[in-house]
Every structure is written in structure tokens, then in C-alpha cells.
Design a binder for this molecule. Structure first.
Ligand SMILES: [Zn+2]
Length: 423
């Protein structure tokens, strides 16, 4: 609380720091995230009381979809569960995986080169040796054969092997899945005056994936769900709660402020299959949506505060320069209780559902907690949620005031995007 007090004083003194509309509270976000990640009673008509995981290929993902549909019903916003066959999305998944993985590994290349030279040169300390051996074995590489590769080609060999290994695992998972179809939840908010126009207008998508996953060793290790539970409080209970909250805020804003000349209707989309390779958002973007999409804003992991000591908390706004910076600039606006740091895809990116929209030529931004603390993003993993994709990603490790401030800021950003005004 001390920090906020200082900021407010400063604001009063110099009138520098604008305050975002307070749309939500830490208590509201805690309630949503606990309901989604298994700490408290769900309390919606007969649903089981503990939802300790939301793996796409499990019955719990349907329970999650019903919970979200019930929440939109409570808000009086039209919503439905759109089931899809994940195998129909696979061909598109295969296309963008190579690009996504390479933009993920770009940060690790210098470290990988050092590790592999040390491994093959016999100069790695024991603890490091185990870790590096485990990393190559995990994707099916064997030390002798790997070290026979020319030193300059080892990193590329590792990356292309990892991509082939991951896509073959995903293909096997989809082919052997237990659930025939997987759900997306889609809610629709018309913004046009003329009812007859609805369903003809372009749409703007505000989304977040609802599924969770447990992986061996966390990170990008092999999938061990559903045998190992994955509460996914931050990833992505927090993004799911953000979209639900923003739906309520935008509903009220449209009804009260009656803004004019909004060029799109709004779809609030909750995707499954993100952890298996953006399968749900690919199915939505490539197979379900037949209308023009003006832009997409994706929320993924917004509640883990990697540097609580910071006076001005940061949120990251990821964009792809192919589409220019406008969407990111409109969304970011000026600093308030949080500062929006705009990061280009090639600098660092959370590989998440916005990519499925970039791939069909739709401008979009990804909104996330602080991974990058400066524009160069020199040490992204320093602030990363260390519990990613593990049973440790629980409601108790999150900073709800931080999440609430990111949502308040995002509310302003979405209004700027919808009205096409910069402030
Ligand atoms: Zn995620």
C-alpha cells in the first residue's frame, strides 16, 4: 500500500499519473481464479466443487466451458459452447509451429551454444552436465551422435529436432485423445445500434485460453496431464478471469456511455487446446469465424508478479511489427497504476493464441504479466512464473492487486481501440 500512497501524492503534487477506471478488485480476481483453479466452491448449479485442472483432453474442460457459459448467462451476454474436432486444426498448427518455436528459442541460442560446446568438449560442471544431457535426451537426441554434429550446427539440430519431436507428440496426442471434440466458449456483444446489422458487422476478438497443462519439469517438458494435476491459476486462470471481467465492463460502458461509430461487434473467446499448440484458437480463426476480424487482444498469464518490489508494476504488450505498432500503442496508452511495456515479437513473445490470428493476417496484441522489464528484454526468464505448467501454479502464489490493475488498464486500452481514440 505504501507505494500507491506515494504515487497518489506525486499525482496530486504534479498531476502526472492518470488513474484508470477501477473496473475490478483483487477480491473479484481472487474469487474467479480460485473457482477456476480449485481452491474454493464453484457454487454454480450442481457443478463439482473442485476444479483442480483444465486439461483439454479431459472431462474437466467441458466443466470449465459450462462454468464460463453460466457466467455469461449471469451477465446477460449471449454465449455458447462451440465444440470442434482438434484434428481439423492440426494442419494449420503444423504450419505455424516452426515459426513459433524459433521465436521462442531465439533468446536461448547463446546459452545453448555454450552448453553444447561444453557437453561435447567435456568441460561442463557435473550439475550442468546432467541438465544439458536431460534436455537433449528429452527430444530424442543421444550424446555421441549429437556431438558428432559440427559445433556450428548443433543448436540448429537441437531446435529442428525439438520442433519435429513436439509436433509428432501433438499429432499422437490428438490421434489418441479421449475426448472426440474440444470446446471453445464464445460470447457475443453487439455494439451497433441497428439490430438488423448484427452478424453482418466485422468483429473484434478479446480472448484467453481456458485450458491448463502439467509438463515434466514444467516449461516445455513432455505433457504429464491429466495424471498430474495442473491448477493453472496464472496460466491461464488469470487471463480467463480478465476476459470475463472485461465483458462485464464493456457491457456496462456500451449501455451507459453509448459510444458512437464503433466499427465492430465484440466476441469474447475462451479457447481450449492452447497448451497443445494453439489448437482451439486455430480452429476458431481458420474454421469457425467467417467474418472479418479487425483486431484481437489476447490475455495470457497476468497475475504472477515477478518483481513485487518494483514501484511501477509493468505489463507486457506483445505485437508483431508486420502489422505496425498502432494496435499496441492504442492499447498501451499512458502509465497509471501499471506501465505498459510494448515488446516486438522478435524481441520476446509469449507464444499464445494471438499467433493464430497473426497467421491469418489479423493485427493483435498479447497482454501478459512482466516477463520483459525493458524494451530490450535482456533477461525475460528472470521475472517469469517459475511454476509454469506445474502443480505449483496455484492461486496462493499470485498478486491479485497486480492482476486487477492490469485489467483496469486494459479496460482503458480496449475502449481506445474500440473508439479509435488515443486517450
Ligand atoms: Zn498460457
Amino acid at each position: 500500500m505504501k507505494t500507491l500512497h506515494v504515487v497518489l501524492l506525486l499525482g496530486l503534487g504534479f498531476g502526472l499519473v492518470a488513474q484508470a477506471d477501477a473496473l475490478t478488485s483483487s477480491a473479484e480476481q481472487k474469487g474467479f481464479i480460485e473457482a477456476l483453479s480449485g481452491v474454493t466452491q464453484l457454487g454454480v448449479g450442481g457443478l463439482p466443487n473442485v476444479l483442480s485442472q483444465r486439461f483439454s483432453d479431459s472431462p474437466e474442460i467441458q466443466t470449465t466451458a459450462q462454468y464460463l457459459k453460466a457466467k455469461y448467462d449471469e451477465l446477460g451476454i449471449q454465449a455458447g459452447i462451440a465444440d470442434y474436432d482438434p484434428m481439423d486444426a492440426f494442419p494449420y498448427y503444423f504450419q505455424n509451429t516452426d515459426k513459433t518455436y524459433r521465436s521462442y528459442f531465439v533468446h536461448m541460442m547463446p546459452m545453448l551454444r555454450l552448453d553444447f560446446d561444453g557437453l561435447c568438449g567435456g568441460t561442463l560442471p557435473n550439475d550442468k552436465l546432467d541438465a544439458v544431457l536431460k534436455r537433449i535426451k528429452r527430444v530424442g537426441l543421444e550424446k555421441t551422435a549429437f556431438c558428432a554434429v559440427a559445433p556450428g550446427d548443433r543448436v540448429e539440430t537441437y531446435i529442428s529436432t525439438t520442433i519435429n519431436h513436439s509436433t509428432s507428440i501433438t499429432k499422437k496426442l490428438l490421434a489418441e485423445r479421449t475426448q472426440t471434440t474440444w470446446p471453445n466458449v464464445l460470447a457475443y456483444l453487439a455494439t451497433g445500434e441497428n439490430g438488423g446489422e448484427v452478424f453482418e458487422r466485422p468483429v473484434c476478438v478479446i480472448g484467453a485460453h481456458m485450458d491448463s497443462v502439467a509438463r515434466e519439469g514444467g516449461g516445455r517438458g513432455p505433457i504429464i496431464s491429466p495424471a498430474t494435476l495442473a491448477p493453472g491459476a496464472d496460466d491461464n486462470g488469470s487471463g480467463t478471469a480478465a476476459v470475463l471481467t472485461l465483458a462485464r465492463g464493456l457491457r456496462d460502458w456500451l449501455a451507459q456511455a453509448k459510444p458512437q461509430n464503433i466499427k465492430c461487434d465484440i466476441i469474447f473467446a475462451h479457447f481450449s487446446g492452447e497448451e497443445e499448440g494453439l489448437i482451439g484458437s486455430i480452429a476458431f480463426a481458420r474454421l469457425m469465424m467467417k467474418r472479418p476480424i479487425l483486431w484481437m487482444v489476447n490475455f495470457d498469464m497476468i497475475a504472477y508478479n515477478g518483481s513485487p518490489e518494483r514501484h511501477e508494476p509493468i505489463l507486457n504488450v506483445g505485437y508483431d511489427k508486420t502489422f505496425g505498432r498502432d494496435t499496441a500503442d492504442y492499447f498501451a496508452g499512458s502509465a497509471d497504476k501499471v506501465t505498459a511495456l510494448i515488446i516486438e515479437r522478435e524481441t520476446f513473445i509469449y507464444s499464445s493464441d494471438q499467433i493464430a490470428f497473426w497467421d491469418i493476417g489479423v493485427p493483435g496484441v498479447s497482454i501478459s504479466e512482466q516477463a520483459c522489464s525493458n524494451a530490450k528484454c535482456d533477461s525475460p526468464f528472470k521475472f517469469f512464473n517459475p511454476n509454469l505448467h506445474t502443480p505449483g501454479d496455484v492461486a496462493g502464489i499470485l498478486d491479485y492487486e497486480y492482476a486487477a490493475n492490469i485489467i483496469d488498464h486494459s479496460f482503458g486500452g480496449l475502449k481506445r481501440l474500440l473508439t479509435g481514440t488515443r486517450n
